[in-house]
Design a protein around this ligand. Structure first.
Ligand SMILES: Nc1ncnc2c1ncn2[C@@H]1O[C@H](COP(=O)(O)OP(=O)(O)O)[C@@H](O)[C@H]1O
Ligand SMILES: [Mg+2]
Length: 261
């Protein structure tokens, strides 16, 4: 029995949509400072699981603990305030904002003055505004998109937009970062780049839980992998063991070839 304190712990989580069991008796933990991946065919329940963890959906039964505290029933903003950030499966950047401004929006969640005061630019907020700008630039630098700070975010290449989204999520200073298909729509070079950035985020001490379809990325960067099929957890192990797991191979062989392990 592993008694190491968990960053995140799911205990027998169920989610039904009417008669459909999207998540069925799923339990697993995420160790602090690790990268954990959730994989499985389309419709396996991966995004639903993320929505349960981030508070965008409520569990039908079971419990979810974040840093030892029960979070089911809390609203997404309350969970975010506890130190959890996420990105979505579809890119979700605002039109008309530069890369830097997009990250600053994330940062304002953490600031004392808040977003509105920042917009009103009262003298008391000037200093804070400058700090937010500086911190946001640091994040752009960290994710190697500093040169695009003043470019409209939605006009960037897909890979760079993903990096802006990750920087925006990091601006809230999370302890746990949830990434829903960070490599979706990216070419192999951009995917490798995103993998490198995720590893860098983990090396900063931030725990990462990701859902991802790209097997080479998952196998490269994950410390542990959970496999879902029809809402059930069918395996949980290190990448080398998952690659050789007969049940996992079987469910992937039934899918389209791009998803084969
Ligand atoms: N809001 C919802 N209402 C009803 N059914 C849903 C809803 N969200 C997801 N589902 C269903 O739950 C199952 C799991 O979906 P999802 O979590 O999106 O899978 P994945 O992300 O693994 O592809 C699917 O059968 C999907 O159609
Ligand atoms: Mg999904």
């Amino acid at each position: 029995m592993n008694t190491r304190p968990r960053m995140l712990e799911l205990k027998s989580v169920y989610k039904n949509f009417g008669g459909l069991q999207a998540v069925h008796d799923v339990s697993f933990g995420v160790a602090p400072g690790s990268i954990k991946a959730v994989i499985g065919p389309n419709g396996a329940g991966k995004t639903t699981l993320f929505n349960l963890i981030s508070g965008n959906l409520n569990v039908s039964s079971g419990s979810i603990l974040f840093q030892g505290r029960e979070i089911q029933g809390l609203k997404p903003h309350a969970i975010a305030a506890l130190g959890m950030a996420r990105t979505f499966q579809n890119i979700n950047l605002f039109h008309g904002m530069t890369a830097l401004e997009s990250v600053m929006v994330g940062r304002h969640v953490r600031s004392r003055a808040g977003f509105l005061a920042g917009m009103l630019r009262t003298p008391a907020t000037w200093k804070e505004e400058r700090e937010i700008r500086e911190k946001s630039m640091q994040l752009l630098r960290l994710l190697e998109i500093e040169e695009f700070a003043d470019v409209e975010a939605t006009s960037l290449a897909f890979g760079q937009q993903r990096a802006v989204e990750m920087a925006r999520a990091l601006a809230t200073e999370p302890k746990l970062l949830l990434l829903d298909e960070p490599a979706a729509g990216l070419n192999i070079y951009e995917t490798a780049e995103v993998g490198r950035l995720i590893t860098r985020i983990r090396d900063m001490g931030i725990t990462v839980l990701l859902v991802e379809h790209d097997m080479s990325l998952v196998m490269d960067i994950s410390d542990e992998i959970v496999v879902l099929s029809f809402g059930c957890k069918i395996a949980e192990d290190v990448p080398t063991a998952i690659q050789q797991n007969p049940e996992v191979i079987k469910i992937y062989l039934g899918e389209d070839e791009e998803a084969v392990v």
